[in-house]
Design a protein around this ligand. Structure first.
Ligand code: CTP
Length: 466
């Protein structure tokens, strides 16, 4: 099991760190009281505003505040209005209209699978989400939430809540917490289920560090083999309230690999930096020196403010994949690193390659000698104006050709390629920079110097001193 108290005997240094972290991330009683008060006040106001609704309903708090797995400093409360009868989906919007009219708050309209309201009350972020709670029926994603709360309340003890907090804080620290497309990591609910299954933070880390796959099925519906075939994921956690759903469907392979590495390193060299990463911003002259010496290119995608983060992050990641494939196709360019982050108004994609300038002459690889005579001849005909055929290096025919002047700069090639891919609706403009001064200027303007510094040093902010 390896709970914190058990780890004291085996690895006292580790358990000391966990205790200290826990003290920082566990909400203090006054913090809890404040949130509780706000939650009660808003629930009451919502109930009153909806008094007279022609359907039975309840107003309930769900999410991590209700489960007691929230982290100190996080100030958000999820309030659900649950209808006990089926009504058309427009009805949910009508409920929100009534609330907007009657409650004295400034609301932001949000839309996930269906509409909800968001507002700030006494420094606490409140989300008001309407849905249904009808036995045996899940009409929308929201409707699972009260079932989750019921399951978690039955299975989470006080000690386990501490273990959940540790896991959430660890994943948050290494940038792997949250199922949204920006992160593609573990949701809060996934953390809660992992702890219920493995019983402790350390055991969960050990499993993630050492197992190539994770398979947890609370419903005992699936064999591992069938689940693997159906869900096609390395991590499968079947939702205890819905056997058809993998709770970690949004977890990307890359994020899982990152968690694996961080887990291995933490278990080998425990440190609180995994939980509380240290931002290290390099001075501008140092950044400039790196930019001058290395081959770094910046792609800046200007965000359309009318588009939601999940949409523009999804599109940005697809654009990044395409850039990666394009660079990999260039014979003389090696991709050393690629990263993506959000600035004030733009998504920034940074790449480091072996060179910013390609050689004037390049090789064109042709068919191997075992190709048909016709194919060989066609290749020769097509390239007859180039230098070749070269038949001295292995079984393939090749030619040597002079590049066009405007195809020598990798940034130019990339610019041309990007002009062929779709950036709408998420992005208004796209720019490619390879000049050190331009890159530094854009990154500073976008308030992204911390992320940029970590890209330059290659060291994630959670990595402890080695
Ligand atoms: N939920 C879910 N799957 C997700 C995200 C959310 O099922 N990928 C449901 C869960 O029932 C969860 C609730 O929505 O309990 C609220 O989720 P959210 O507000 O995103 O996070 P919390 O679990 O409250 O965690 P925290 O606020 O600590 O990040």
């Amino acid at each position: 099991m390896l709970s914190i108290s058990e780890s004291t005997k085996i690895r006292p240094e580790l358990s000391l760190i966990l205790r200290k972290v826990l003290e920082k991330i566990t909400p203090k009683p006054n913090e809890e009281e404040k949130l509780q008060k706000v939650a009660e006040k808003v629930c009451e106001e919502v109930r009153e505003a909806l008094n007279g609704l022609p359907v039975p309903f309840s107003v309930e708090v769900h999410g991590s505040f209700a489960h007691d797995t929230w982290l100190s400093g996080d100030r958000d409360i999820d309030i659900f209005i649950l209808l006990r009868e089926c009504k058309p989906k427009d009805f949910l919007q009508e409920i929100l209209n009534i609330l907007e009219e009657k409650l004295p708050y400034q609301f932001e309209h949000r839309y996930a699978e269906h509409p909800y309201l968001k507002t700030l009350i006494d420094d606490v972020e409140i989300e008001i989400v309407p849905g249904y709670y009808i036995e045996d029926k899940v009409l929308s994603a929201v409707d699972r939430t009260p079932r989750h709360t019921r399951f978690l309340k039955q299975h989470l003890t006080r000690e386990l809540c501490d273990e959940v907090r540790l896991l959430k804080a660890f994943l948050k620290g290494i940038g792997a917490y949250g199922a949204e497309i920006k992160v593609q990591g573990f949701s809060g609910y996934a953390c809660e289920l992992l702890i219920i299954h493995y019983r402790s933070f350390l055991r969960t880390l050990l499993e993630i560090a050492n197992k190539p796959r994770i398979f947890i099925d609370f419903t005992k519906t699936w064999t591992e083999k069938e689940a693997k075939k159906t869900f096609k994921k390395r991590v499968i956690i079947i939702d205890p309230t819905d056997p058809k759903r993998n709770v970690t469907a949004n977890l990307s392979n890359q994020t899982f690999l990152k968690v694996k590495i961080a887990a291995k390193l933490f278990l080998e060299k425990p440190s609180d930096t995994f939980f509380f990463p240290k931002e290290a911003i390099l001075p501008p002259n140092e950044l400039l020196k790196h930019l001058q010496e290395r081959s770094i290119i910046l792609v800046e995608l200007e965000i359309n403010p009318d588009v939601s983060p999940d949409t523009y992050w999804g599109q940005a990641k697809r654009i990044m994949d395409k850039i990666q494939q394009f660079i990999r196709k260039q014979e003389d360019v090696y991709l050393y690193n690629i990263d993506i982050f959000e600035g004030r108004k733009s998504i920034l994609i940074l790449l480091e390659t072996n060179t910013k300038k390609l050689p004037l002459y390049m090789r064109i690889r042709g068919p191997p000698v075992w190709a048909s005579g016709r194919d060989l001849l066609n290749f020769l005909k097509k390239h007859q104006k180039e230098i070749g055929p070269i038949i001295t290096l292995g079984p393939r025919i090749a030619f040597i050709t002079r590049r066009r002047e405007d195809e020598i700069s990798v940034a130019n090639l990339l610019k041309k390629f990007i002009s062929t891919i779709k950036i709408k609706p998420s992005f208004l403009t796209v720019n490619v920079y390879d000049s050190p001064n331009d890159i530094l200027e854009i990154v500073s303007r976008e308030n992204a110097l911390a992320n940029f510094s970590h890209f330059i040093t290659g060291k994630p902010p959670w990595l402890p001193e080695l």
